[in-house]
Design a protein around this ligand. Structure first.
Ligand SMILES: *Cc1c(COP(=O)(O)O)cnc(C)c1O
Length: 388
């Protein structure tokens, strides 16, 4: 028998719908200024390091046993945090968690979408929404954004029309939206919920803690809409991307449905311990959120003055336009030691708000760009001005 190349064998064995697909792959490069994945630039502070170390040590001898499958204590802690952050009382029975909000989204898709079903999102939005949907056999429909207020905005009439046309089992809304940065007005969420009582509506609020004042959370709509799911994460504001802890808030009946698709004991004992220690020390972990927002607003102001139109941001990153060739500028910034994200939107790049020093390095590199990096006539200028 002649040996068949492994690539040919795998290509033959792989699910037909996965052939030729590319995996999620934000570059992880070791450069001085890493502003490409919206991580929190600030290291976990010493008091939280001590608490985490102690919590992991305390659970180590019990690792011969499976963890609490229901992560009861963690759910209570998360419920308390959501209630504090949003001002809306939610109970532990409304909480669910996973190894990052990506896993939580995967549970939602596995339970409510999947083969023979359709999911709809409004592009550009979070690239993992279609990837998770498709890998679980769901038909994905790319909806579109664009409203009188801005090319990346989504208004109620357009969202409702697209939901009616596609009639998906699951619809993804993202607020603040990644990669564009702007929060979705709550009336858009409400309009979609009213128009689609038989659609599960996921509002991805990964960046909620960075929103500008007066931005309400979709958590405030949970009492009225049983088909609503709000997902959040400790990866961004909490500076715990490496800890892998994401969560969602929904009706207890939705949580019950997720138990059908999760792997048993999916949250390890040490993950639960680390997340609880972090939540207990949240004041310390969240201390830099205001400082990051200051840098976010500084990026918006300086880029606007430099002639690279920024999109209004409620997140810890800024999408900006006015570039002749985004990938060329991406490489030029990298040569300056600054890693940003090319999200595939022509003439645009996305940058994370880091420390003041990192932000300065990025803005200096932008100021130093030769003029041929600029579009002759900037496209993607926004008419909506001022903070909300
Ligand atoms: C970063 C991000 C997530 C978080 O993913 P984790 O798995 O929790 O690290 C979820 N949704 C959006 C829109 C994001 O940008």
């Amino acid at each position: 028998m002649s040996a068949t190349p492994a690539s040919a064998t795998v290509a033959r064995l792989l699910r037909a719908d996965l052939r030729g697909q590319s995996a999620y792959g934000a570059p992880q490069l070791d450069v001085p200024v890493r502003l490409n994945t919206n991580e929190n630039s600030y290291a976990v502070p010493p008091d939280v390091v001590a608490a985490i170390t102690e919590a992991v040590a305390a659970c180590a001898s019990g690792l011969n046993r499976y963890p609490d499958r229901e992560f009861t204590d963690l759910r209570a802690d998360l419920a308390a945090w959501v209630s504090t952050q949003t001002g809306i009382a939610v109970g532990a029975e409304q909480l669910w968690a996973g190894n990052g909000s990506n896993e939580v989204l995967q549970h939602v898709v596995a339970a409510f979408a999947g083969p023979g079903r359709t999911a709809l999102g409004f592009t550009p939005a979070y690239s993992m929404h279609p990837i998770i949907s498709r890998t679980l056999g769901t038909t994905w429909v790319d909806g579109h954004r664009g409203a009188p207020s801005g090319v990346f905005d989504l208004d109620a009439a357009s969202a409702v029309a697209q939901v009616r046309e596609v009639a998906p089992q699951v619809v993804f809304l993202c607020s603040p939206n990644n990669p564009t940065g702007t929060a979705l007005p709550l009336e858009v969420v409400r309009a979609v919920l009213d128009a689609a009582p038989d659609t599960l509506v996921v509002v991805d609020e990964a960046y909620a803690e960075f929103a500008r004042p007066g931005t309400p959370s979709a958590v405030s709509l949970l009492a009225a809409y049983p088909q609503l799911v709000v997902t959040r994460t400790m990866s961004k504001a909490f500076a715990l991307a490496g800890g892998r802890l994401g969560y969602l808030v929904a009706a207890p009946e939705v949580i019950d449905a997720l138990r059908l698709v999760r792997m048993p004991y999916h949250l390890s004992s040490q993950t639960q311990a680390v997340a609880r220690a972090a939540l207990a020390h949240r004041a310390s972990l969240l201390a830099e959120v205001e400082a990051i927002k200051v840098q976010r607003d500084r990026i918006v102001d300086v880029l606007a003055a430099q002639g690279f139109p920024p999109v209004p941001s409620d997140a810890n990153f800024v999408l900006f336009g006015g570039l002749a060739d985004a990938s060329h500028t991406w490489e030029t910034l990298l040569a300056h030691g600054v890693l940003v994200r090319d999200v595939g939107i022509p003439h645009h790049l996305r940058v994370t708000a880091g420390t003041p020093e990192e932000t300065t390095a990025f803005l200096d590199a932008m100021a130093a760009l030769p003029t041929d990096h600029r579009l002759p006539t900037p496209v993607g200028t926004w008419t909506r001005g001022g903070p909300r």
